[in-house]
Design a binder for this molecule. Structure first.
Ligand code: DX5
Ligand code: ZN
Length: 235
């Protein structure tokens, strides 16, 4: 049986002057999630987009079947979670270091009707999962240090993915409930197959997909998304 793989284009690398069109085109080219990177110039050294932008893309994302996957790189998280739920987020993930009460923040996301997830920086241990697996719908492993697109994939993420996959498989075997395993940073057509073999099922890709510029060819992302899918088909 072939596995379901999801591709999550990070709009951080998209052309913000025509964001709606970018989302329409990239989801229509065979991708699944709109990966929405929220940075606060405090938890990470960069400043990006917030709930207002989420609200303004929700209609186009829903129209083309794109799930909005909000990755919070902000601290603290509890104040802003309800704003994103209200603005149309489908999945909300946050870093354990950014919440004083991880269990409470996860429950808050779920209570607001979204899927909840924890994000692990390259040096952050997976033990934060020990007592909250039942409250987690997605585990996101950073394969770069968060803050910027276009960085190089950190190879030790492969071993960590295997560990996370083992935790998920044991949990799913015991409960029947699926948990997504997403990877974020430096993913491209050359390394995506190895990353999938290590256990990831959901792949964020920013720079590998988006090319800046005002290209108006609606199908311009078909080739690169096709290459990612072709690499995944070899797994
Ligand atoms: C990094 C962000 C990523 C990033 C991915 O902090 O969380 O989502 O934009 O971009 P690439 O694929 O270019 O590494
Ligand atoms: Zn991200």
């Amino acid at each position: 049986m072939s596995k379901t793989y999801r591709i999550a284009p990070s709009i951080l690398s998209a052309n913000f002057a025509k964001l709606g069109q970018e989302i329409d085109d990239v989801i229509s080219s065979g991708t699944d999630f709109v990966h929405f990177d929220v940075m606060d110039n405090h938890f990470v050294p960069n400043l990006t987009i917030g709930p207002l932008v989420c609200e303004s893309i929700r209609e186009i994302a829903a129209k083309v079947g794109g799930i909005i996957d909000v990755h919070l790189m902000v601290e603290p998280v509890d104040r802003i979670i309800p704003d994103f739920a209200k603005a149309g987020a489908n999945i909300i993930t946050f870093h354990p270091e950014a919440s004083k009460h991880i269990d409470r923040s996860l429950s808050m996301v779920r209570d607001l009707g979204c899927k909840a997830g924890l994000v692990f920086n390259p040096a952050t241990p997976l033990h934060y999962l020990d007592y909250v697996m039942d409250k987690v719908d997605m585990i996101l492993l950073m394969s770069v240090n968060p803050g910027f697109g276009g960085q190089k994939f950190i190879p030790s993420t492969l071993g960590k993915l295997k560990e996370a996959r083992a935790r998920i498989d044991a949990y799913t075997a015991a409960t029947g409930r699926e948990i997504y395993l997403e990877v974020d940073g430096g993913v491209n057509a050359q390394n995506i197959a190895d990353i999938a073999r290590a256990g990831a099922d959901t792949f964020v890709a920013g720079n590998a997909i988006f090319t800046k510029g005002l290209d108006t060819d609606k199908n311009r992302y078909n080739t690169v998304v096709g290459e990612l899918r072709a690499s995944l088909a070899t797994v």
